[in-house]
Every structure is written in structure tokens, then in C-alpha cells.
Design a protein around this ligand. Structure first.
Ligand SMILES: O=c1[nH]cc([C@@H]2O[C@H](COP(=O)(O)O)[C@@H](O)[C@H]2O)c(=O)[nH]1
Ligand SMILES: [Mg+2]
Length: 241
């Protein structure tokens, strides 16, 4: 009977299987830094009378800094080399990232998983320099993650999100690398969701409200906020309260 059910029902696609390890994206998921990236990118674009549109931004989110620089320059015809863009951006980011804040639900979820002994990691498209600028005033919070993979300048990550490399490399750096099927990824960006799914992982998406529904469908589930996540839905220990 079971075999018959599997072969006839699409609703029995294995979902929400038992999770042993969790990997968090960083920008726009744990930190409010997507808004800060928008500010910094727009400040540079404004020097040339150009708009950093949502559609350009959606393409950039999660990518390595070189790739997003090149894409933005090309789309807006900016008279800058990738190196010149990155120099300007670095200066902007050092200023705006002093205002980085944890997003609602991040602290509660991360502390909970940590207290229950679930291995937790970070997989970000960020560079090391940008990571330091956005996390130096949250160092206690970020000390809870191991590994922290910063694809921006990690030589082992050949291609940024949406390629699965970033998540494959993060998985391989857990003390005891698990089967990707038992890994849960949290992501805000379409590129990151594709990367996690391609790496064979389950993905909870917490998208910006401007992300169209067609781009949230690849995720295992899409939530409005990290506060809406129920760990027990994925076989993780429930909150104690
Ligand atoms: O408006 C933007 N947001 C984000 C990025 C890129 O996405 C990365 C953050 O991705 P993640 O959410 O994977 O940490 C940043 O380091 C940057 O390279 C960008 O280029 N432009
Ligand atoms: Mg993100």
C-alpha cells in the first residue's frame, strides 16, 4: 500500500525530515544589513544619477562582492572598474554597518539551538572585511557559530550563491559533516534558496516582502519572520516555554 501511495501521490514528497544541523545565511536573515547594503549601493549609484533598483538588487543578493559589483556596473553603465566600485563600497559599508542590528527572532532561535547542542553554522556571500564591520558590535552572538564561511574571499568557494558550492563547503566544515538531507538552511534571498536546494538541503525562506511568490516556491517553507519558525516542524527540539 505504501509503495502505491508514494507512486500516486505528489503530496507525499519527503519534506521536513529530521534535522541535525542548521546553517544560517547572514545578511537580511540574521542582520538588517540588506537595508544597509541598499543604502550604500544607492549612495554610489546616486553619484552617477542612477537608481539601484530592486530587480538589480535581487540579482546581487547572496553573490560574491566581485560578481555583484560587475553586475551593477554593467546594468547601470557606471563609469567604474570593479576595483574602483569595491573601493568606494568598502568606505560606504564601514560607515553604514556600524548600525547593523539583529533581526526579530534571530537571538531567540540561535540561543535555543545552541542550548540544545544543535551544530549551527553561517554561510554568507560576504567578505571578511565586511563581516568584521557588521559583526564587531555583536561578537558574543556570532561566537556561537562554527563554522563561519565567508564566500567573498574563501578560496574553497569557487562560485557564489546561487551555486551550491557555498553550502557544500560549509557542510564539509562541520566537526562531523552530516548528510545534506538532514541540514536545514535559513535564507532570505532567492539566490541563497537555490544554492541550499541545489546542495540537497531543506530551506526555510524568510524573504523581503518585495520578493515575488514565484521565487519563494523553491523553498521548503516561506515565513514572514524568524519568529514564526517552529523548530519541532523539522524534528528539532521545541522552545521550552
Ligand atoms: O544589495 C546587495 N545585497 C547583497 C549583496 C551581496 O550579497 C552578500 C550577502 O549575502 P548573504 O545574504 O549570503 O550573506 C554581500 O556580501 C554582497 O556580496 C550585494 O551585492 N548587494
Ligand atoms: Mg541573505
Amino acid at each position: 500500500i505504501l509503495r502505491c501511495l508514494w507512486s500516486t501521490s505528489t503530496s507525499l514528497r519527503p519534506r521536513n525530515s529530521h534535522v541535525t544541523h542548521v546553517i544560517f545565511d547572514m545578511d537580511g536573515l540574521l542582520l538588517n544589513t540588506e537595508d544597509l547594503y541598499t543604502e550604500a549601493f544607492q549612495n554610489i549609484c546616486s553619484e552617477y544619477g542612477k537608481e539601484y533598483t530592486w530587480s538589480i538588487k535581487m540579482h546581487c543578493m547572496g553573490q560574491k562582492p566581485d560578481a555583484s559589483a560587475k553586475y551593477t556596473i554593467d546594468q547601470l553603465n557606471l563609469p567604474l572598474t570593479t576595483e574602483q566600485w569595491k573601493e568606494k563600497l568598502g568606505k560606504q559599508l564601514n560607515v553604514v554597518f556600524s548600525r547593523s542590528k539583529l533581526l526579530p527572532g534571530a537571538k531567540k532561535l540561535v540561543s535555543h539551538l545552541k542550548s540544545k547542542g544543535i551544530p549551527i553554522a553561517i554561510c554568507s556571500g560576504s567578505s571578511k572585511a565586511a563581516f568584521v564591520a557588521k559583526t564587531s558590535h555583536h561578537s558574543e552572538f556570532f561566537s556561537q557559530f562554527d563554522p563561519i564561511v565567508l564566500c567573498g574571499d574563501d578560496p574553497e568557494v569557487k562560485h557564489g550563491k546561487p551555486h551550491p558550492d557555498a553550502y557544500n563547503v560549509t557542510n564539509s566544515r562541520f566537526a562531523f559533516p552530516p548528510n545534506p538531507k538532514t541540514v536545514l538552511v535559513f535564507e532570505d534571498a532567492p539566490n541563497g534558496v537555490i544554492a541550499g536546494v541545489e546542495a540537497g538541503m531543506q530551506v526555510v525562506m524568510v524573504p523581503d516582502h518585495r520578493v515575488p511568490n514565484t521565487l519563494t516556491e523553491k523553498a521548503t517553507v516561506a515565513l514572514k519572520s524568524l519568529e514564526d519558525f517552529k523548530p519541532e516542524d523539522f524534528g528539532l527540539p521545541a522552545y521550552d516555554e
